[in-house]
Design a protein around this ligand. Sequence first.
Ligand code: DSN
Length: 478
Amino acid sequence: MSRNAESTAFRSALEVIRAVEPRVADAIGAELTDQRESLKLIASENYASPATLLAMGNWFSDKYAEGTVGRRFYAGCQNVDTVEALAAEHARELFGAAHAYVQPHSGIDANLVAFWAVLADRVESPALKKAQVRQVNDLTEADWFALRRELGNQRMLGMSLDAGGHLTHGFRPNISGKMFDQRSYGTDPATGLIDYDRVAEAAREFKPLILVGGYSAYPRKVNFRILREIADSVGATFMVDMAHFAGLVAGKVFTGDFDPVPHAHIVTTTTHKSLRGPRGGMVLCQPELADQVDRGCPMVLGGPLPHVMAAKAVALAEARRPEFADYAQRIVDNAQALAEGLSRRGAKLVTGGTDNHLVLIDVSGYGLTGRQAEQALLDSGIVTNRNSVPQDPNGAWYTSGIRIGTPALTTRGLGTAEMDQTAELIHTVLTQTTAGANADGTPSKAKYTLDPALADKISRQATDLLAPHPLYPGIDLS
Ligand code: DSN
């Protein structure tokens, strides 16, 4: 692709936008500058290709397409059918999945579709059957009570939020914790690792309808074969949320016991994290759940986003290329180099290291909360996010951890030597930041002191580190 074509496409788009609302065009331009200049270490972010971005900016956005390919509630969906079928085909081929549903707008939406599908498939209910065949108007008062009871009393066992699970894996205040009677499994306090015997014990006691595997902040591989055996031993449906590590599955870095697709009944993901596609979600499943999954819209989701499905098709086609496997391996090599560099300098890491794309620093070792560390790093041009660590004494708002990940910097082309330099920058900021105090002298969980001259110096060093690896080198908006 000629660089000229990319520049022309984005420049022209901004010119058209600027003619209507120049402040939006300016903000889009400013976002590119910010992304180019910051050391982006947010483990769940990435940079989609220009082709993926452009596939979203068009008239597919204007089309309603409730239903699925060939079975729509609106006329004129032939072109939406083309892109949805292509995205699903690429997803099936890439992951070796029996069925792919590419409509979810986000990872949370994908999880809700999965919960719906499992409930609809597993919960025997005449009332539910009526609801599914769209005889909702025929439901009696007694049917409605039955529906609520039958759908509302099911159990979910997932990884706890502070151990690295996601909000939607049964965190009590989340919708998943309201839909299901929930229990969570954590990690071994000594090693920080999942203790599969404890998961099996919890499953035997609790007898969940759904066992959820997967995480947002666990820096290790998960053995999905063992989790499936646990699910089978109690008759649970095994669901995996692979949103964070889908790129590592796609790139065949996680294979065998560590690839969830052959082991789980149903797998959900986002498409924009390590998979490097557009912002969105997706569900892969075994054939027996396919019909229910395909009812995601309109049973759970609003109208699909055809422009995003077009971009999913483009990104998934990219992920099927051999170079994506190389990219996925480099993500992990970089994360391990970053972990090693931090550890060598004295940082305390949850589980002591990583074998995926993310590293979790326990910043209590620096005398800071996650919030103080996140802000001090941001002042220094390093973008991360605070995150709970297992058994976190500071809760989910202030936290005691910083989660960092390598998918974005790896896309820019940074390698292991630069990860060591990144570790040095992070360690310097965290050692030079001191926790502040409240007006009454008590320790503050938010205030901190960092010499602005040092923050500026680190920021310049971060920019220097990025300079040889320009973001979107083919796009010149000047
Ligand atoms: N927000 C995503 C993350 O940062 O991990 C999960 O939903």
